[in-house]
Design a protein around this ligand. Structure first.
Ligand code: SAM
Length: 248
């Protein structure tokens, strides 16, 4: 099944495609204290809700980049329904390629939940810190190990243990790169349950309405296996947090 179709179907009920509540996102946005006209870049923007709220609150301008044609279409649709329309341009492009070709430095660069674009958390922070002005904000969302993961769980999610660090290490990685750690917000178990559960809900709803889709078997198998691994292990093992740094 095509990658972007899979994510489009499984995230149809999500506003934010990450395990974090709207309340926490609004709390984070409230702490960023940007000025009108300042420039922002949101990588792997998903449906664009974070950057749209940021632009609406602070009247900032900039780019939001994602590789999924479905999500960019959703983001543009939302954008056209907002009034007044924020000064944000949605770009369908690979995130690392965008960062490598842009020469602009931004007042804020964010990447919530897609550090694989650069390889891992450390490489993401290093790449983002090249693209902020002195004093600029770097906001990233990243998983962390709550406890040491068993091999069965790593096999189920297809990740090596080195892919993620602990919550403490995620902050220290930024500090070792010369960034100042300002704040972090962790997802609660409830946030995770909503994020994971809505994927099952969306996939089962799609299956009920589209019984002829040849991708159904693959879709349901992947979603049910992933949810099984979440309930069996992930719920107790994997955390997720948004980290706010500044580069002076
Ligand atoms: C976990 S979602 C996060 C979306 C958004 N930041 C949010 O919090 O709602 C990951 C996003 O990364 C996008 N993505 C995956 N690989 C990408 C790449 N190489 N370049 C740009 N975007 C990518 C996906 O389409 C998806 O929107």
């Amino acid at each position: 099944m095509e990658r972007w179709k899979f994510f489009d179907i499984t995230h149809r009920e999500h506003v934010f495609c990450n395990p974090i509540s709207e309340e926490k996102i609004n709390h984070i946005i409230g702490l960023l204290h940007l000025q009108p006209g300042q420039r922002v870049l949101d990588l792997a923007t998903g449906k664009g809700e974070f950057v749209l709220r940021l632009a609406e609150k602070y009247k900032v301008a900039g780019y939001a980049v994602d590789l999924s044609p479905y999500f960019i279409e959703d983001a543009n649709k939302k954008f056209s329904q907002r009034s007044p329309q924020p000064n944000i341009q949605f770009v369908l492009e690979e995130g690392k390629a965008f960062v490598e070709r842009t020469t602009e430095k931004f007042d804020l660069v964010s990447c919530l939940g897609a550090s694989w674009i650069f390889g891992n958390h450390e490489k993401t922070l290093a790449a983002l810190s090249e693209r902020v002005v002195p004093g600029g904000w770097i906001v990233v969302g990243e998983p962390y190990w709550r406890i040491s993961p068993p091999r069965d769980y790593l096999e189920a999610i297809g990740e090596p243990v080195e892919q993620f660090a602990t919550h403490y290490e995620n902050m220290k990685i930024g500090e070792r790169l010369g960034l100042t750690s300002f704040y972090s917000v962790c997802s609660s178990q409830d946030d995770w349950d909503v994020y994971e559960g809505l994927q099952v809900y969306a996939a089962e709803s799609y299956a009920a309405s589209n019984p002829e889709d040849p991708d159904l078997e693959n879709l349901l198998e992947r979603v049910r296996n992933a949810h099984d691994a979440y309930l069996r292990w992930g719920r107790d093992i994997l955390g997720w947090a948004v980290y706010i740094f500044r580069r002076f």
